[in-house]
Design a protein around this ligand. Structure first.
Ligand code: SF4
Length: 348
């Protein structure tokens, strides 16, 4: 578990990010006012069901949102610079040298007609201006760093000659070729079987420590989040609904959505109990949030939930590191007082 100093500054700070997609019929507010920080040496988990806005958040940070989508508001500060003010060219440079991304399916990142070595060396040429023997030496070191044995020989192999786990290791090596400060991993282990998944999670943890990386780890799997994250942000319908250090979140989940997600982890139900599920689907966030988007699925819903938009608030007056966007919080005041706080919008 990472310990950050009180004076540390985040390497990446996302503030009130808004990314929308425009179709003929509607505007989909895929990311709607999301804020979070990532520090060096820390893994921040972003968890939620499909359609919650996790991947669009990642693509927004990478500057990879394509038409009909666009970033409409907020700031993405990387080492103090606001990326949303950068030109496409400047952003591309930062994307290459400061922030790298590992996708779910390694085959989408690897070109089948080039050897793994050629692809890593190309990344080293582009981002570190290394060529020839220097590039080969560095490529060998990178493959060794991600745990690929007999690295010099394997550089000459093609992606199809690697197993699924080895391919994902090679993609991580390519991402490291840019010598990034921040690594964004979008469901990087979903396509792998559980033993290989555990190995990749362990590898990411080692790389975080050794290279002092800030890692943003996206998944729908709470079990994976428990393994990998120092801090967890829970997303629902484009919004961040709960945020806390990982142990606190698992021991004291406050938002009814997080409570539902945790109850639905296989193995958590008692003997003879049915596995719990959250009925219904994530709604498409296609209108201003003037109410709680989780209300139609929430077992604790009450009248105000359909008329007041919950803002992220500290769950208790003295909890400065645990927030929930739910009208039931802060829990040390009456619900009526809590609702008033959310109405005024002065709760952040
Ligand atoms: S605001 Fe209401 S509907 Fe939304 S999560 Fe809280 S209790 Fe449930």
């Amino acid at each position: 578990m990472s310990q950050r100093s009180a004076t540390a500054k985040p390497v990446l700070s996302v503030q009130n990010l808004q990314t929308s997609f425009y179709t003929d019929k509607e505007v989909i507010r895929a990311v709607d006012g999301v804020s979070f920080d990532i520090y060096r040496g820390e893994t921040v988990g972003i968890v939620g069901e499909s359609g919650s806005g996790k991947s669009v958040t990642a693509r927004s940070i990478m500057g990879l949102v394509k038409s009909p989508g666009r970033i409409e508001g907020g700031r993405i500060e990387f080492e103090g610079d606001d990326l949303t003010e950068k030109s496409e060219k400047q952003w591309r440079k930062i994307r290459g040298n400061g922030i790298s991304m590992v996708f779910q399916d390694p085959l989408t990142s690897l070109n089948p007609v080039y050897t793994v070595g050629n692809q890593i060396k190309e990344a080293l040429r582009l981002h570190q201006n290394l060529r020839g023997k220097k590039a080969t030496g560095e490529a060998v070191e990178l493959l060794e760093a991600v745990g690929i044995p007999d690295a010099r020989r394997r550089l000459r192999e093609y992606p199809h000659e690697f197993s699924g786990g080895m391919r994902q290791r090679a993609v991580i090596a390519m991402a490291l070729a840019c010598d990034p400060e921040v690594l964004i991993c979008d469901e990087p282990t979903t396509a792998l079987d559980v033993t290989i998944q555990a190995q990749i999670l362990e590898l990411l943890d080692e790389l975080k420590e050794e290279r002092d990386l800030g890692i943003m780890f996206i998944t729908h799997d709470m079990g994976v989040i428990a393994e990998v994250a120092d801090r967890v942000n829970v997303m629902y319908a484009g919004e961040m609904v709960e945020s806390a250090p990982v142990e606190e979140l698992f021991q004291n989940p406050r938002h009814p959505y997080t409570q539902g997600l945790l109850k639905s982890i296989p193995g958590r139900a008692g003997p003879g109990e049915r596995l719990s599920t959250i009925e219904g689907d994530v709604p498409t966030p296609n209108e201003e949030p003037t109410y709680c988007r989780f209300a139609p699925r929430c077992p604790k819903e009450f009248e105000d939930c359909n008329a007041v938009h919950p803002e992220p608030v500290s769950v208790t007056a003295d909890a400065n590191d645990h927030t929930a966007a739910c009208l039931l919080y802060p829990e040390d005041v009456s619900t009526a007082e809590a609702v008033e706080t959310h109405k005024r919008g002065d709760s952040k």
